[in-house]
Design a protein around this ligand. Structure first.
Ligand code: IPE
Ligand code: IPE
Ligand code: MG
Length: 232
C-alpha cells in the first residue's frame, strides 16, 4: 500500500453489545477486545504504522457501574503485564496518556514501569488513552501553559504552541481515526488533535475487529484525498 498513515487511532466500541449478543457478561466483551488490540498492533507494526493509539477508558466511563470500572482497571493491569514480553521482543514503545491522577497507585506503578522499560523502542508506539477526555486535555494544557509561561509569553502564544502542553505533546496528530460498533460520534476523544483527521466508521463490534478489518480501514484511508482547505 502506498499511503500508510503515520498515526492510527481507534475508539474501541461495542464490547458490551458483543457480549450481550452471546448471552455473556459485558466484561467478557472487554476481555475479547484485548485480543483485538493485540491483532491491530501486530498489523500496525507489520504495515509500518508508527503510532497506534486506542481509547481504552474515557473520563465519562468513570460513571459506569463500580463493578465494571473495577473489572476494566484490573483487565488493563493484567493485559499490560502480559504484553511486556511482546513489546520488548517486537520493539514496541508503550505509553498511557490521560488523567493519571485518577488511577490507582498500583496501576500507575505498572504504567511507569512499562513506559520506562519500552522507552527506547521505536518500531511502533502503542498509546493507551485512559481516563482521558479531549476537553480535560485542553483545560490541563491551558493551565500548564499559564503556569510555565510568563504573562507576556502566554498572551503572545500562537496556535501550534498549544500542542506542546497537551498530553499528546511530541506525538503527531492522528491521520486516521477508526470508530467501531456503528456509533457516529467522537465521545470527547482527542478534540484538538483530530482537526484534520480522516474518520472511518464501521458497524463491526470491537471484539470482531481484527487484522483484516484494520487493513480494510488502511485501504480506505489510502483512497482519501487530504486537502487541508486548499485546492488540489
Ligand atoms: C467499549 O465498549 C469499551 C469501553 C468504552 C471501555 P463498550 O463497553 O462501550 O460497549 P457497548 O458500547 O456497551 O457495546
Ligand atoms: C467511548 O465509548 C469511550 C471509549 C471507547 C473508551 P463509550 O461507549 O463510552 O461512548 P458513548 O458513551 O457511547 O458515546
Ligand atoms: Mg460503548
Amino acid at each position: 500500500m502506498e499511503k500508510i498513515p503515520q498515526h492510527v487511532s481507534i475508539i474501541m466500541d461495542g464490547n458490551g453489545r458483543w457480549a450481550k449478543a452471546r448471552g455473556l457478561d459485558r466484561v467478557k466483551g472487554h476481555i475479547e477486545g484485548v485480543e483485538s488490540v493485540r491483532a491491530c498492533l501486530e498489523a500496525a507494526a507489520e504495515d509500518g504504522v508508527k503510532y497506534l493509539s486506542v481509547y481504552a477508558f474515557s473520563e465519562e466511563n468513570w460513571n459506569r457501574p463500580k463493578e465494571e470500572v473495577m473489572a476494566l482497571m484490573e483487565l488493563m493491569m493484567r493485559a499490560m503485564k502480559n504484553e511486556l514480553g511482546t513489546f520488548l521482543d517486537n520493539d514496541i514503545r508503550f505509553m498511557v496518556l490521560g488523567n493519571r491522577a485518577r488511577l490507582s497507585d498500583g496501576l500507575n506503578k505498572t504504567i511507569d514501569e512499562m513506559m520506562a522499560a519500552t522507552a527506547g523502542n521505536s518500531r511502533t508506539t502503542l498509546i493507551l488513552f485512559v481516563s482521558y477526555s479531549g476537553k480535560w486535555d485542553l483545560l490541563q494544557a491551558m493551565k500548564k501553559a499559564q503556569k510555565e509561561l510568563s504573562p507576556e509569553e502566554f498572551q503572545a502564544m500562537e496556535l501550534p504552541e498549544l500542542d506542546r502542553f497537551l498530553v499528546t505533546a511530541g506525538i503527531p496528530d492522528p491521520d486516521l481515526l477508526i470508530r467501531t460498533s456503528g456509533e457516529l460520534r467522537i465521545s470527547n476523544y482527542m478534540l484538538w488533535q483530530t482537526a484534520y483527521t480522516e474518520f472511518y466508521f464501521t458497524d463491526v463490534l470491537w471484539p470482531d475487529f481484527r487484522k483484516p478489518q484494520f487493513r480494510e480501514a488502511l485501504a480506505a484511508y489510502a483512497q482519501r484525498d487530504r486537502r487541508y482547505g486548499k485546492v488540489k
